[in-house]
Design a protein around this ligand. Structure first.
Ligand SMILES: [Fe+2]
Length: 273
């Protein structure tokens, strides 16, 4: 039995350390069906309140080191990069986490990896080799938005640590693109305000969301009120070698490491990041 994991995840309700238990089998079945239909599944109160507090504290302790993307006034006003950067939204990069960090520990557990692998119905999946992005905390301050985008990793977990008073709602368009097909026409419609494909998900603190963000366009609506939104976003990938492109890393995480340059190759699924 994993003693520390037991203090983080509600293993009584969700015995993920035992994939053969009837309870776990049922959870996996539901997750898989949600994921197949909607690209997204939620497990309520997955993280114990005491552990959430620890995550909140470790994040707030380093909040000054959060990288907030900067505007690039040299670009045209409607350039996607400028729209993207017009946000009070940033990341505490994974390389800044302390050695015994609660989030880092959780991310490194085989139990979680195997459970997620079963839920998404893909094996093997891997922890992300990107040292900045693999288990970052996302911080959205009041008035912040996260515009429509796709993720560069295949499977993203989201753990809500602190909810804003209002807004900060996750919106998504399940499977709007697929490998080899960007489906620009439909994507454009959504960007222009068409709500036909848009679904909403409200996460509560402690909830775990499992999400396939590479094919599903998604965003977070504006944070209203005075309270920031804190979200942990550990991620898994199909390719254990790949990391973010240097450009993506610079824009989103504020720096580029040698590994981003060494591993800067064309993506095998032919899609843009
Ligand atoms: Fe995302």
């Amino acid at each position: 039995m994993n003693d520390r994991l037991e203090t983080i995840v509600d293993l009584e309700k969700y015995p993920i350390q035992n994939l053969n238990s009837q309870t776990t089998k049922e959870i996996i079945k539901k997750c898989k069906s949600d994921l197949d239909q909607f690209s997204c599944s939620t497990i309520p109160n997955f993280i114990l309140p005491k552990s959430l507090k620890i995550m909140n504290t470790e994040l707030e302790k380093q909040v000054d080191e959060v990288y907030m993307s900067k505007d690039e006034p040299s670009l045209e006003k409607d350039h996607p990069k400028r729209i993207f950067s017009k946000r009070d939204n940033g990341y505490l990069n994974s390389d800044l986490f302390e050695k015994d960090s609660e989030m880092k520990f959780l991310y490194e557990q085989e139990e979680l990896l195997k459970f997620v692998s079963a839920c998404v119905g893909v094996s093997p999946i891997y922890r992300w080799a990107d040292p900045l992005a693999c288990h970052a905390y996302n911080i959205m301050k009041p008035d912040g938005i996260l515009p429509w985008h796709f993720d560069s990793c295949e499977f993203t977990l989201s753990i809500m640590i602190q909810k804003p008073e209002k807004g900060g709602i996750f919106e998504y368009c399940p499977y709007i693109r697929e490998p080899g097909n960007e489906n620009f026409e439909e994507v454009k419609k959504v960007l222009e305000g068409d709500r036909k494909r848009v679904r909403q998900l409200e996460l509560e603190p402690g909830d775990l969301q499992i999400f396939k963000g590479r094919f599903t366009l998604h965003r977070v609506t504006k944070i209203e009120g005075n309270c920031s939104r804190y979200l942990a976003i550990p991620a898994y990938v199909l390719d254990p070698w790949r990391v973010n492109t240097p450009e993506h890393s610079r824009t989103i995480y504020g720096k580029v490491l040698p590994i981003h340059i060494e591993r800067n190759k064309v993506r095998s699924d032919g899609l843009a990041d």
